[in-house]
Design a protein around this ligand. Structure first.
Ligand code: 6PG
Length: 264
């Protein structure tokens, strides 16, 4: 496991802050780095009662979840403070094989000390996509005590990136990219012919820390375009992620970083 942590200046994507890009040998090393960062963020958050985390979907987070529930991280994570949310969800029942909640339940929640009141899943069974997005937003406002007009400030939002440069369910050239007046929105994704529920850009950019976990050669073109290409967020939505008062970390493996030109 090796890493080179570098922060690059303005990456041209409108984020004048620093983006921390760290490159690791493989997915396992990325997962361990993600676990280290979570433990560090929890320590920095104390003595707050709740550590509000938004989990990501897809397959990459499985590696992180496995590391977290295995010694030594199992003993390092403050499980009691965790409040689990989801940054996006497929519009499927919670027991569906496609469900991000189901993946997290099987790989993380079922393996860790968790009580039901710590889990805040997207209620996909409670209506149509628009209704579900409204209900999930209301749940977040209630559970995190967010006043009208305010945004939640998650302690950690985990993200993955697709080969097309999407993150959460913010897919290229879809309506959700423009939404700024809601925390959560439904998003129909034509290329998947599927409805999604997703955090909007303002919520993600209000986080204390946003951490991308990206691995695999199939991500190399998009990662280079997102981090080093022209600012084109309609095509590469991950370029929209620029926490205003928070940290942005890209934890990537060498295969995904293969087409990066800048030293990282
Ligand atoms: C989802 C995710 C999505 C994911 C990327 C990367 O619901 O699928 O939220 O944004 O993070 O598609 O997925 P992989 O980790 O499977 O490559």
């Amino acid at each position: 496991m090796s890493s080179a942590d570098s922060s690059i200046g303005d990456s041209g994507n409108g984020n004048n802050g620093h983006i921390h890009v760290s490159v690791y040998d493989d997915l396992d090393a990325v997962a361990h780095a993600g676990a280290d960062l979570l433990v560090q963020l929890q320590a920095a958050d104390r003595p707050q009662e709740h550590f509000n985390i938004a989990l990501s979907g897809g397959s990459t987070p499985r590696a992180l979840h496995r590391v977290l529930v295995t010694p030594p991280y199992r003993e390092r994570v403050d499980w009691e403070s965790m409040q689990y949310f989801w940054g996006d969800e497929r519009f499927v029942p919670p027991g569906d094989p496609e469900s991000n909640y189901r993946m997290a339940r099987e790989t993380l929640l079922a393996e860790a000390p968790v009580t039901a009141d710590q889990v805040h899943r997207v209620p996909t069974e409670r209506g149509d996509p628009t209704m579900v997005a409204e209900l999930y937003e209301a749940d977040i406002r209630r559970d995190m005590n967010i006043l009208p007009g305010q945004l939640p400030r998650f302690d950690l939002i985990l993200l993955g990136m697709g080969p097309d440069g999407h993150c959460a369910s913010l897919f290229p050239h879809t309506e959700a990219l423009q939404v700024r007046d809601r925390m959560v929105t439904a998003n129909f994704v034509p290329k998947l012919n599927a409805n999604r529920i997703t955090f909007t850009v303002p919520v993600i950019n209000n986080a204390v820390a946003v951490v991308f976990l990206v691995a695999g050669a199939d991500k190399a073109d998009a990662l280079a375009a997102v981090l080093e290409g022209v600012y084109d967020p309609e095509t590469y939505p991950s370029q929209l992620i620029a926490p205003e008062h928070g940290a942005l970390h890209w934890l990537v493996d060498r295969a995904a970083a293969a087409k990066l030109q800048q030293a990282h």
